[in-house]
Design a protein around this ligand. Structure first.
Ligand code: NAG
Ligand code: NAG
Ligand code: NAG
Ligand code: NAG
Ligand code: NAG
Length: 468
């Protein structure tokens, strides 16, 4: 049914009965996003505002049978089940493709009919933020049509433990089998059990950041077919400590191209691990790494090693396009010549004293270099560095503010841009010796000339004597 008719349908269904018009739902044209408070659902006329929204967000409240009569009670509000079902049916006519629950407690009184109607709607994404799913002992009944959901996001969510029992596996399978993208963050997840993940057959992106996963978090030997299509995996802010174990656990995820292990603690020097995958993005920022010898995949396009304790970056993987090394303790530049495809280099906040134009001479694709907050050596012996930085300034980020001299003490704190190392100042010795040599030449020429004149005068005098 075209959307035009929605107003009429709503009016026929509800208009004659409730007109509490509070109109609290807010429609944002940008993003086609409509936000309603849970209590706004009391007044379906208020939902007209949302008739054209593609994203529908419900905030703050309770969608279920409330034990407290002052809270919004879904069923008593809509009275008979029939009305509620009609309301669910209306979802089919709406263009909404994403539903967001924020600060909501959802019970399966609401969830059950919602899941059942989903395959007939345009809804492909469900998001639960700071929300709780409540178990009221009524099993969720699903229709036969398979799910068309492609994305499920849960941020700080909590599910009743009964939903995780094996007898709910029909529900797991139904919800998970079509999902391409799953985000489950801040939700105290500590293990990925085979009996759940084996349902994730279509999954391409998985974000498990900010949970409590540790080294043995997954055992894919049990379910070798899981995650075969997984290309992006985010494991940031968890409790991993043994780099080698993580690397080993993921060894059979052959489609993996984007891995984020940032904000874990790999400070115990790990043993070597060889990644078989070729990565597009490999993120090891904030992992307390002290060295990286033998830990990196052989091919990576975007490598983030910022905020670690590295003193040296020697082995460089192939294919690097972006290299992030900010906030480490590097004393020298990596061998940039080995990275012909490099486009972005961030190496600010290290202990570099020198950076020469020659280091980037062959990097034709280089677009941006961030190299501030280092302690550049600024005297005549390093004039090459300071001149190079000035010449490179068009591609330098944070230029000129962050590029400051660290030594000698005389120039500490001086901006490299303001240095005035003139030829005369830097080459005092040469200039002095030139002056000396010059003077010597002048003096000896004068001396020579005088001698010559004297001798000539003598000769002439002698000649005259002979002639006389
Ligand atoms: C998680 O959500 C609950 C409500 O369900 C809230 O009280 C709590 O503060 C949230 N925690 C975080 C870290 O956001
Ligand atoms: C969840 O709730 C907490 C506490 O109320 C709040 O600080 C946090 O920003 C919320 N998270 C989101 C994603 O809205
Ligand atoms: C699953 O089993 C538990 C207890 O074993 C029971 O309480 C629950 O109702 C069952 N759930 C379903 C959906 O059958
Ligand atoms: C990876 O696959 C190989 C060969 O199938 C198997 O021997 C190995 O145990 C698997 N590794 C993991 C961690 O699942
Ligand atoms: C790596 O992860 C950090 C923190 O999680 C994030 O800020 C950074 O943008 C990521 N780096 C890349 C290249 O995506």
């Amino acid at each position: 049914m075209p959307i035009i008719h929605l107003t009429l349908v709503l009016f026929l269904l509800y208009g004659s009965r409730t007109l509490l018009v509070k109109g609290v739902c807010v429609f944002h044209e940008k993003g086609s996003h409509c936000t309603c408070q849970a209590e706004d659902l009391l007044d379906l006329m208020g939902l007209f505002t949302c008739a054209q929204a593609e994203v529908f967000e419900i905030q703050n409240g309770y969608l279920g049978i409330s034990p407290h009569s002052d809270e919004f009670d879904f069923l008593s509000t809509f009275g008979r089940q029939g009305d509620f079902r009609q309301m669910m049916d209306m979802l089919k006519m709406l263009p909404v493709n994403k539903i967001i629950f924020k600060h909501i407690t959802v019970s399966n009184v609401f969830l059950s009919p919602l899941l059942a109607v989903l395959p007939n709607t345009n809804i492909r994404e469900i998001v639960l933020i700071n929300s709780t799913v409540e178990d009221n002992q009524k099993p969720i009944v699903l229709l036969l049509s398979s799910s068309l959901l492609t994305s499920v996001t849960v941020v700080n969510g909590s599910l009743p433990s009964s939903y995780l029992l094996p007898n709910s596996s029909y529900l797991h399978s139904w919800v998970m089998s079509s999902i391409k993208k799953a985000v489950l963050v801040q939700s105290q997840v500590s293990q990925l059990e085979c009996r759940f993940i084996r349902h994730l057959k279509s999954l391409e992106e998985l974000d498990l950041s900010e949970n409590e996963l540790s080294d043995g978090f997954i055992d894919l030997t049990e379910c070798p077919d899981a995650f075969k299509k997984l290309s992006t995996l985010k494991l940031s802010h968890n409790r991993f400590q043994t780099y080698k174990d993580v690397c080993h656990s993921l060894e059979n995820l052959t489609s993996l191209v984007d891995l984020d292990l940032s904000h874990n603690d790999f400070s115990v020097p790990p043993s070597a691990c060889s990644w078989h995958q070729m990565f597009g993005v490999f993120n090891l920022s904030d992992t307390k790494l002290q060295q990286i010898q033998n830990y990196l995949p052989s091919k990576v396009e975007v490598l983030d090693l910022s905020n670690n304790n590295l003193l040296l970056f020697s082995a460089s993987p192939q294919g690097l396009r972006e290299l992030y090394l900010s906030n480490n303790g590097l004393l020298v530049l990596p061998a940039l010549h080995d990275m012909p495809n490099l486009q972005i280099l961030q190496i600010d906040g290290n202990d570099l004293t020198a950076f020469s134009e020659r280091d980037i001479e062959n990097l034709e694709q280089l677009q941006a270099v961030t190299a501030g907050r280092n302690s550049y050596h600024c005297d005549c012996s390093s004039k090459d560095t300071t001149d190079s930085l000035v010449k490179m300034s068009s591609i330098l980020k944070d230029w000129p503010d962050d590029y400051v001299c660290g030594s000698p003490s005389l120039r500490q704190g001086t901006h490299v841009k303001d240095l005035n190392l003139l030829f005369f100042v830097c080459h005092t010795a040469l200039v002095l010796s030139l002056i000396c040599v010059g003077s010597l030449i002048v003096i000896s020429s004068i001396a020579g000339l005088v001698c010559y004149k004297v001798r000539r005068a003598r000769k002439q005098g002698g000649g005259e004597a002979v002639m006389k």
